[in-house]
Ligand binder design. Structure first.
Ligand SMILES: Nc1ncnc2c1ncn2[C@@H]1O[C@H](COP(=O)(O)OP(=O)(O)O)[C@@H](O)[C@H]1O
Ligand SMILES: [Mg+2]
Length: 278
């Protein structure tokens, strides 16, 4: 594993988001882009659907949405039409190949990549309309700590931070976690270490990040932040092949090492999120 992880100071913070997180909502986020958020969101949804749960994935990467590309779905009605009042929420929900539902951002969402009071209200309204109908809602967010990303994450009761073992990814993950702890008063953050080379790398990385947090991030006395290592997903050439073919890994190669790791992650999310919010 990498032992050159050096914490940096966080980038300028966005305004606080005093929103009450909704139950059964899991945000999948990261510091750095391209680390596997969309891959994890889509395949975790398929794995949870296979366990019998009613799952919806919302493409919350409003500016650079690409869940549609990964799932090879191009619906006529998207989140954009719901935001602009041209369509009803239920008409924008589509069935994905893995047996779950998706709400795709669609093109034209770039204008929503900044958090205006309207975007905030629309987002809240949409989430409030969705959550009661599903066992779990996954938010595939954008990377980084922009105000839209932080707002989307603030709506979730649980946060998964996806990082790869690369020092750049870990530094950005650290910066993100620091903001989640400082602004949203998160006490636990779930870690998925993607594209690992060796068994155990992800756990060691999580321990290392925890040590840096304990040392440098001040929390309220008696309320330390805990990083929960959820799983390692090995670097697996099958993932790229599935993405190239626009297929879900859980469908095209359910027995490959990365798919098995995602099945394990689904069992943990089932236990931690779905069973605790009946
Ligand atoms: N475990 C893995 N093994 C190999 N390649 C991976 C793995 N996870 C992700 N990738 C590659 O990384 C690319 C970017 O992933 P993506 O989910 O789009 O990132 P993000 O949503 O964080 O920007 C994928 O298209 C895939 O090719
Ligand atoms: Mg993505």
């Amino acid at each position: 594993m990498s032992d050159v992880f050096i914490p940096t100071e966080t980038k300028p913070a966005a305004p606080p988001t005093p929103v009450q997180p909704l139950g059964k909502v899991v945000a999948v986020t990261s510091g750095k882009g391209g680390v596997g958020k969309t891959f994890v969101s889509a395949n975790l949804a398929a794995a949870l659907a296979k366990l019998g749960h009613k799952v919806l994935v919302l493409d919350a990467d409003l500016g650079l949405a690409n869940l549609d590309v990964v799932l090879n779905l191009y619906p006529k009605i998207t989140l954009h039409d719901v935001f602009t009042g041209k369509a009803k929420l239920e008409d924008a929900i589509v069935r994905a190949p893995g047996g779950f539902s998706v709400l795709l951002a669609g093109s034209g969402m770039v204008e929503y990549s900044r958090l205006s009071p309207e975007v905030r209200d629309d987002f809240l309204r949409i989430m409030a309309g969705l959550v009661p109908h599903y066992d779990v809602v996954l938010l595939d967010t954008g990377a980084g700590i922009s105000d839209v990303v932080l707002f989307a994450v603030s709506l979730a009761s649980e946060v998964i931070v996806v990082a790869t073992p690369e020092p750049t990814s870990l530094t950005d993950a650290y910066a993100t976690i620091k903001v989640l702890v400082g602004q949203q008063k998160r006490q636990s953050v779930r870690m998925v270490i993607n594209q690992t080379a060796r068994l155990g790398d992800g756990r060691a990385i999580t321990v290392q990040l925890q040590q840096v947090l304990d040392r440098f991030v001040t929390t309220e006395p008696g309320r330390p932040v805990k990083l929960v290592h959820m799983c390692d997903i090995p670097a697996d050439p099958t993932v790229r092949q599935a993405v190239m073919r626009r297929q879900l890994l859980m469908q095209s190669a359910p027995g490959c090492p990365a798919a098995l790791a995602i099945s394990q992650l689904a069992l943990k999310i089932e236990e931690a999120v779905i069973r605790r919010n009946p």
